[in-house]
Design a binder for this molecule. Sequence first.
Ligand code: XMP
Length: 353
Amino acid sequence: MSKIALTYDDIQLVPTYSNIASRKNIDLTTQITKRYGLLMPLVASCMDTVCESEMAITMAEMGGVGCLHRFMTIEQQANEVAIVANALQNNTIQNIWNVKANTWQYTQAIPIVAAVGANGDFAERANALVNAGANIILIDVAHGHHENVKQAIALLKKTLPSHVDFIAGNIASAQAAKDLEAWQADGLRVGVGGGSLCTTRLKTGFGVPNVTCLQEIIAVTTLPVMADGGIRTSGDIAKALALGSSCVMLGSLIAGTKEAPGKMIEKSSGLYKRYRGAASLETKMIHQQEQRNVEGESTVIPFKGGAKFVLEGLLDGVRSAFSYGGANTIKEFKPDWVQVTNAGLTEAKPHLL
Ligand code: XMP
């Protein structure tokens, strides 16, 4: 089939009648899986320069969640989960999450998400992660529409306790969404080759631009969709939510913050941290994996300070978008959108200077 596929820069949302009196009252609660909710729709990506326990705790304090990456030993990852689980017992975090307890039925517990693969030690790893306190297992596979993922979900559903939900991906087609739902995934991670460091589309020719990818999948699934890869601004987050995503996964936007794993790098031009693709040569070398099938880049990005400040800025932008879209909640946020030309894209950016 050949058809045109669009991505975030190809569209703009159309302002809608609004009676939103204050952006402060906008409710950003949402779901990440069938049974687990979030107070706001941002998820830290399971990359080794984005999310370990420090980032996951900060995300939880903000009402979101961080997915603990799997590029470490089972013991180390289970320990990271345990650190997050212990921190989530504290009153500050409990209070943040209890604020809406009376009205909010989305979640059965504060979500703790950790990633596993779909072969090798994945079953032993998932078991250790759940024992340490994880209640959502994310099956972190570049091509999630795969028999291994089907088998992995089937095995883990049988062996892990029933309170555990599963997010599967990454996928980029309606058929994949239908199949993963049939294979009993509880949430979908959507987007192939659109991440800021991805070279999958160049290397393999595969991948679908994000807007069309989300549209096709959201049209056929009842599961919560997490839009993953290529989100550069709060405007992109708004577009992903407007298309019907439940939440978005962030890599580059929160890499380079204090809470992201990795040392600070001092250069004459300023402070930096490393950000590397999960399938980059650097990641494979550091974690002593076979140095083949490289499908990602690595780089340094400017140090951004605390993640809370970055996240607050993004959420301010999203709440502002909801005001333009006349929506009080994520479910209500369904503005119309138009496709734009290159001239429209130029106009959308500051163009006087
Ligand atoms: P952003 O744009 O937020 O994207 O930085 C983060 C997402 O990119 C994906 N990812 C990769 N994709 N090769 C890829 O093709 C890689 O090496 C790689 N590393 C991360 C992943 O979905 C992540 O959440």
